[in-house]
Write a protein that binds this ligand. Structure first.
Ligand code: NAP
Ligand code: MG
Length: 403
């Protein structure tokens, strides 16, 4: 096709598993390739290829995002014993997202995609709540041990010169469990920086919360460094942009969030962000109506869907059913990545395509062309749900009108 939009530089394209892999191909076929001369470096993170490459492909894909500056990722299976049996895997590997986040560091920002026909279940929320999830360390990079019987558990730090620091975790009276986790000052600082930069860009107040009353050293360090980054690097810029910064305890934050009007960035530690982003997404409608972007301190960004591979729909698709799986989050992952590429390369035609793709998707839903997950929540309710193929056709039809 002669008049397709050209790209200057490629993005890292990271394919995945199950139903989202099916939708990935569908989105490319119907919504991208007819309009854009797509330039990507392709990495197949399907479970089989990860196993065949001893997971090397996952680290390679993360390095490609670092090198190219922009990546877009499909959902991937996190292998466990059941998946090992199902797919005859040679090995169990860590979650691809955890591996990629450990390489890129940084913060994941998740924001509900709002449409007029779906009201959040929290009636006071007028504006989206954006979650900024720290993506390094804590329980996601922990070491755990089963303790078989009575004895002492200690933390030992050995400095490079050989000196030691010790602390007793517990004098165990019987069998039990123990866990060690860590974070790095530099990662916490870059988490804070990513949050302030994002908030200034979007003109959103920043809330940060932890449990420093109980965890005085660990969470206390998060509170101290977040404050320090604000005071020494961002205070003036924030005040200039009308962006406020507010720290509170995590339980107080949860109570305030539910009573709020929304419209702020909620900076969360890794685990809090995992849990709270699913809460925000479900309350805002559906996991398929959430954007997710990982911003690394190097400036590299990875766009993804916040949901999983939609396993049960995939089994039904394998039996020949045209499922009504919602590709909106995958479409927004692509539009986000293409818009970022356009910004870095200064290619306005590509930027305008990305905006049209989002508009076509939202308009389709608002005009009553939607998948089953949204039909359940929509008001007014259209007569029937579209399957994923009809839904992408409905978007493509509008997209052609806009271009
Ligand atoms: P899931 O794929 O998020 O799906 C859970 C349920 O949420 C689905 O059964 C479906 O509900 C609904 N749902 C999620 N996305 C939807 C969409 N786009 N359209 C319509 N409905 C949607 O979670 P899961 O089934 O627990 O996990 C499946 C696999 O995904 C696991 O192997 C897990 O490791 C992996 N995972 C990957 C990522 C990632 O790579 N980012 C994240 C989470 C999980 P109904 O059945 O009611 O329709
Ligand atoms: Mg989660």
């Amino acid at each position: 096709m002669a008049d397709r939009i050209m790209m200057k530089n490629p993005i890292a394209e990271i394919d995945g598993d199950e139903m989202t892999r099916v939708l990935w191909a569908l989105v490319k076929e119907k919504l991208l390739l007819p309009f854009v001369d797509l330039k990507t470096e392709y990495y197949d993170l399907g479970l089989k290829n990860r196993d065949d490459t001893d997971d090397a492909v996952t680290s390679e894909s993360a390095k490609a995002i670092q090198r190219l500056g922009v990546g877009v990722k499909c959902a991937t299976i996190t292998s466990n014993a059941a998946r090992q049996k199902e797919h005859s895997l040679r090995h169990l590997h860590p979650s691809s997202n955890a591996t990629i986040r450990a390489i890129l560091d940084g913060t994941v920002f998740r924001k509900p995609i709002q449409v007029s026909c779906i009201k959040p279940s929290v009636s006071t929320w007028k504006k989206p709540i954006v979650i900024g999830r720290h993506a390094y360390g804590d329980v996601y990079k922990n070491t755990e041990m089963f303790i078989p019987g009575p004895g002492r558990v200690e933390l030992v730090y050995t400095a490079q010169d050989g000196t030691e620091k010790r602390a007793v975790v517990a004098d165990m009276k019987g069998s039990g469990v123990v866990q060690g986790m860590h974070n790095l000052d530099e990662s916490i600082r870059s988490f804070a920086r990513s949050c302030f930069l994002y908030a200034i860009g979007e003109k959103l107040p920043v809330w940060f919360a932890s449990k420093d009353t109980i965890s005085k050293t660990y969470d206390g360090r998060f509170k101290e460094l977040f404050n320090q980054v604000y005071e020494t690097e961002f205070k003036e810029q924030c005040e200039g942009a009308g962006v406020t910064y507010f720290y509170t305890l995590i339980d107080d934050a949860v109570a305030r969030v539910v009573k709020s009007e929304g419209g702020f960035l909620w900076a969360c530690k890794n685990y809090d962000g995992d849990v709270m982003s699913d809460m925000i997404a479900s309350a805002a409608g559906s996991l398929a109506m959430m954007t997710s972007v990982l911003v690394s301190p190097s400036g590299a960004v990875e766009y993804e869907a916040a949901h999983g591979t939609v396993q049960q729909h995939y089994y039904r698709w394998q039996k020949g059913e045209k499922t009504s799986t919602n590709p909106t989050a995958l479409i927004f992952a692509w539009s986000g990545a293409l818009a970022k590429r356009a910004e870095l390369d200064n290619t306005p035609a590509l930027a305008s395509f990305a905006a049209s793709l989002e508009k076509a998707t939202l308009t389709a839903i608002e005009e009553g062309d939607m998948t089953g997950d949204l039909l359940r929540l929509a008001d007014p309710k259209p007569p029937r749900a579209l399957d994923s193929w009809e839904f992408t056709d409905a978007i493509a039809k509008r997209l052609r009108e806009y271009i």
